[in-house]
Ligand binder design. Structure first.
Ligand code: MLT
Length: 199
């Protein structure tokens, strides 16, 4: 997997960045620096190519997900994160997964469907992928999630709330933020996530 790694200051946050459809490992770097200028960054590039656009798992059209690819790529992502974390000497529980859209979707899926020491996430505009095969407790997980409101053409209110419930029902701590600007990430949201990180 292609990735970008930037060591930050020792007390900075440690972010794993997962871009949206059509992005790459550089897409969320500036956002991460707003969240914490001192952060260490591991930014991954999705290995699925959809007509020139990078993604983290295949789909057959908008929100028509390829579940076989989703499971395979989730395992692959988890393995790559474990391997790089070991090489860099960073404990899995010290990372904060930061994803947007497709990247947020695979990160949330990883936390819901794989037993992992990864424990924290900031997910911009994720949705439920409707896969609920696991029931292990998520009390060690803390996530911040945002939703673009009725203006979001991709994530519906129901899909967002289904995802939030999937975490809360299994005892994860969830902070959910609603914006009115559709699927794009706003500075207001990023600032909200930054304050949440400080708290
Ligand atoms: C996207 O285009 O990234 C979708 O909204 C979410 C996904 O396909 O996972």
């Amino acid at each position: 997997m292609e990735y970008l790694y930037q060591a930050g200051k020792p007390n900075g946050k440690k972010f794993i960045l997962l871009h949206g459809t059509g992005g790459d490992e550089t897409s969320l770097v500036e956002l991460a620096k707003v969240l914490d200028p001192d952060s260490t960054i591991l930014s991954l590039r999705g290995e699925v190519n959809e007509e020139g656009m990078n993604r983290f798992f295949k789909r057959n059209g908008l929100n028509q997900f390829d579940f076989e690819s989703l499971e395979k790529e989730t395992d692959n992502l988890h393995d790559v994160i474990k391997q790089i974390s070991q090489e860099k000497g960073i404990a899995l529980e010290d990372w904060i997964l930061v994803g947007y859209s497709n990247g947020a979707n695979i990160a949330a899926h990883l936390l819901l469907e794989r037993e992992t020491a990864l424990a924290k996430g900031i997910f911009f505009h994720p949705m439920s992928l409707e896969v609920h095969t696991q029931s292990f407790d998520l009390a060690d997980k803390t996530i911040w999630v945002s939703y673009g409101g009725v203006q979001d053409p991709i994530v519906s209110d129901l899909s967002f709330s289904t995802l939030v419930s999937a975490f809360r029902d299994r005892n994860a701590e969830v902070a959910a933020v609603k914006t009115t600007h559709g699927h794009q990430v706003t500075m207001e949201e990023v600032q909200n996530a930054r304050e949440w990180l400080k708290g």
